[in-house]
Design a protein around this ligand. Structure first.
Ligand code: ZN
Length: 316
């Protein structure tokens, strides 16, 4: 007997085309991005973050998000969203047919200062005009809180810094909020406590966990969030999205690893695991290096074993 409950279904948001590719040294072409997005949709994705409408000088890898948005063959039942930081980004989203946008504010005062030269409160307040624009033009908003669990400068980020930002989002009608462990600081106990407290206080909000595997805790954090009642998770094909200044560091949790875990636990994601793995292999080929994905390492190991390994340890 067990006394915990797990959901029967979760929604995985594919953030590889944005959070993954923006941190890669190799810039993919617009056509390559479109192909990857369409492959993930065909593999069963229900939400895909296709890029960001930010200044091209700030994030050169995302400069063509307008063309990507116009070029993709949109599939019924799939939500295509993009990251936006201001009113100008909202206008670009509208002009290129993206109807779901994600705003983001960093809970770490240091990170916020470094990124935007403003406090987290100033940033989140500036989104009110985005909310007005969204309301007037039929766009839907979601909100993200970056560095929601910790950051290098502060160490652990307390829920006391995070909760007011979430409440600011709610005050202008955002009811889907992503808690982003942008630099992989979170541990499962902290994730369980934060997500439990937030979701019990604000059950009308769709809470998302955005996990990075920087310190190897992403899967444990996802499981902890599941136990706290979270049903939405961000992940990236092939687990790309590591910091470009820390070569070899892990990135976003790999979509294929999360799908495999959910499949094993009988929790529906809508994805076909084999198709996700094939798409993730294509991602690794395009970026030209290996990435942090247990399922892809396993796949490579099995191919190596098939081509001549005779160790009894290899159960192919
Ligand atoms: Zn991230």
């Amino acid at each position: 007997m067990h006394n915990y409950t797990l959901p029967s279904e979760v929604i995985l948001c594919e953030v590889g085309p944005r959070d993954g590719l923006q941190n890669e040294r190799i810039l993919l072409s617009t056509d390559q991005k479109i192909e990857l997005i369409e492959r993930m949709a065909d593999a069963g994705a229900r939400v895909i973050e296709i890029g960001s409408f930010v200044h091209p000088k700030a994030v050169p890898a995302m400069a063509d998000t307008d063309e990507v948005a116009r070029g993709i063959r949109k599939k019924d039942g799939v939500e295509y969203r993009a990251l936006v930081l201001n009113r100008r980004g909202m206008e670009r989203a509208l002009a290129s047919g993206v109807t779901k946008v994600k705003l983001t504010v960093s809970a770490s005062p240091t990170h916020s200062k470094q990124n935007s030269n403003r406090t987290p409160e100033e940033v989140v307040r500036s989104f009110e005009e985005c909310a007005e624009f969204a309301g007037a033009n039929g766009l839907t908003l979601s909100g993200a809180i970056a560095t929601a669990f910790g950051y290098y400068a502060e160490g652990t980020i307390g829920l006391g810094l995070v909760a007011p930002l979430a409440e600011a989002y709610m005050s202008f009608g955002v009811d889907e909020i992503s808690m982003s462990d942008s630099t992989g600081f979170a541990n499962p106990k902290q994730v369980y406590e934060y997500m439990k407290e937030l979701s019990e206080k604000h059950p009308q909000v769709d809470w998302t966990l955005h996990a990075h595997n920087t310190r190897g805790m992403a899967m444990a954090n996802i499981y902890a969030a599941l136990l706290a009642g979270v049903k939405r998770f961000d992940s990236s094909f092939a687990g790309i999205g590591g910091c470009p200044f820390a070569p070899g560091a892990s990135g976003n949790v790999a979509t294929e690893d999360v799908v495999n875990m959910m499949d094993g636990m009988g929790i529906k994601t809508g994805y076909d695991l084999d198709s996700v793995i094939k798409a993730a292999i294509a991602v690794q080929e395009l970026i030209g290096h290996e990435s942090d994905s247990a399922m892809l390492k396993l796949r490579r190991g099995i191919s190596a074993a098939k081509s001549g390994c005779t160790s009894p340890a290899c159960e192919v």
